[in-house]
Design a protein. Structure first.
Length: 135
């Protein structure tokens, strides 16, 4: 990934930062974007990167092992952003279930074995579980 495509470097003017051609900081004005908004932008960027990395991969373990997916897991508010993503995309949910199990250290909704391959039902169960716990 080119460094200037990264939301942290590529959008620095929006955040009041500027760099010379060698990426040395220039004088800056105060940052106006709060940390949560910046983290959400990074999350959105990483989700797009993940979609590009995985391409047509259907193997859950290969999707889960993509670098951008693993970076998403390291974000402090990943649980909040993933919850929001699932809620907004219940009809066509993305593959967030291993991430959620990882974030919640194996905890989560009970999924009957006959529903494990149904992403819509999985997404609905996770949203209900997260809503009930006010995550």
């Amino acid at each position: 990934m080119p460094i200037l495509d990264c939301p942290i470097v590529g959008n620095t003017a929006k955040w009041g930062l500027s760099f010379d051609e060698d990426l040395h900081p220039k004088e800056s004005k105060p940052i106006t974007l709060n940390a949560l908004e910046a983290e959400k932008e990074l999350f959105d960027f990483l989700v797009n990167q993940w979609h590009q990395e995985r391409g047509g991969i259907s193997s859950p373990s290969r999707m889960f092992s993509c670098g951008s997916y693993q970076m998403i897991l390291s974000l402090p508010h990943a649980n909040r952003f993933i919850h929001e993503e699932l809620r907004q995309n219940l009809e066509k949910p993305d593959f967030w279930f291993p991430a959620l199990r990882s974030i919640y250290l194996g905890d989560g909704p009970n999924i009957p074995s006959n529903e494990k391959g149904n992403f819509k039902k999985l997404a609905q169960k996770w949203v209900e579980w997260l809503d009930a716990r006010k995550y």
